[in-house]
Write a protein of this length. Structure first.
Length: 366
């Protein structure tokens, strides 16, 4: 939820220093929970065991009183007794021993598989994000579950293994140089709270495959002082680019809505699949865009530009025409169409040096 360590400390009645130490120890990762907490003896049950031992009760009578198996009581007494004697049983000692035994660290999946570890390490060395690494592994080994991991598993391997002196090495493994996993949302952050937005994870499966045209990625290029912007929309299969001029006389939300409808409504039906956008407030009226254009709108996760990699890469290329700090109000839709046409006639290595215009035209002529 993005709470600070001080807010957590107030909630739990402790100091923010203690909270910070806990987060540092866990690497910011959520600790694993016991799947069936009812299986565990409680501290109250341990005190009941101690009380009945003092009274001279048998193992079976103690087990019957607390609703546990006699073998459970026997193991508990052995675990919590000094030198194994019943009279030296301590409930607190038993509680601590149980907690330590329950931790029993399980080898991390990636670390315990040399081949998988080498593949993940190679991706990190190439500056790929964990999600990009996961996607490549699934693509290269679609039928082998041993190679299927989540990006959180990679983060867990990085951050948990970095506890205790490996921080300097860790900083070389992550793009941000962080040594702890931080929340992806701040309490006061408004981004990502668009009404009725649909997550990228609910996108049709065909949208993940670049072999099928009609799936788009979009975002804004923002001009000087954030006072102007250009909407960029890229088709994933062909890298075909559409640039949209948001009317500066309108507010950002209305201008984005009207500009997208104007440019996308006239697309051929075979190209009206999905549009994946950043969680910017300019898309607050995404439902109106979807109704008017016939294109379903989905939203990427916060702070996850790699989920719109085609669009992000294209925006980088567009900075040749619109350098950072440029006032974009001086451009017209005609200017943007000219730039988009130049980009669409540029050969791309991913397309075997065909142009986006050629690839999309070939699809439409089929």
């Amino acid at each position: 939820m993005g709470a600070t360590s001080r807010q957590l400390a107030e909630q739990f009645g402790t100091s923010h220093v203690s909270v910070g130490r806990f987060l540092e120890h866990t690497g910011g990762m959520k600790p694993r929970k016991w799947k069936d907490p009812d299986r565990l003896l409680t501290l109250e049950e341990r005190f009941k065991i101690k009380e009945m031992l003092i009274e001279g009760a048998s193992m079976r009578s103690i087990a019957s009183a607390i609703g546990r198996a006699p073998s459970t009581v026997s193991r508990e007494i052995a675990r919590g007794s000094a030198r194994g004697t019943r009279s030296r049983y301590s409930p607190l000692r038993g509680q601590r021993a149980s907690a330590e035994k329950r931790r029993r660290p399980k080898p991390l999946k990636i670390s315990s598989d040399p081949g998988l570890l080498a593949a993940v390490q190679a991706g990190i060395d190439e500056k790929l994000s964990p999600e990009q690494i996961v996607g490549r592994l699934r693509r290269e080994h679609p039928d082998d579950p041993a190679w299927h991991v989540s990006h959180e598993t990679i983060y867990k391997t990085i951050y948990l293994q970095a506890r205790g002196g490996l921080k300097r090495d860790l900083q070389a493994l992550t793009r941000t140089g962080r040594t702890i996993r931080w929340s992806q949302r701040r309490p006061d952050e408004r981004r990502g709270r668009i009404r009725d937005m649909v997550s990228i994870w609910d996108r049709p499966e065909e949208a993940l495959d670049r072999s099928i045209p009609g799936h788009w990625e979009g975002d804004l290029i923002v001009g000087k002082d954030g006072a102007s912007a250009i909407a960029t929309i890229v088709e994933r299969h062909s890298n075909y680019l559409i640039l949209v001029w948001p009317d500066p006389e309108k507010n950002r939300i209305e201008a984005t809505r009207d500009g997208l409808i104007t440019k996308l409504a006239g697309l051929p039906e075979t190209l009206k699949g999905t549009l994946t956008w950043d969680q910017g407030r300019e898309m607050a009226q995404h439902k109106a865009v979807s109704v008017a254009t016939g294109i379903d709108v989905f939203f990427a996760d916060p702070h996850s530009p790699w989920q719109r990699a085609t669009n992000e890469n294209t925006n980088g290329l567009l900075r040749q025409y619109f350098p950072k700090g440029t006032d974009l109000k001086g451009f017209t839709q005609t200017d943007l169409d000219f730039v988009a046409d130049q980009m669409n006639r540029r050969p791309r290595k991913r397309l075997e040096f065909a142009t986006p215009h050629e690839v999309l035209s070939e699809h439409l002529l089929r």
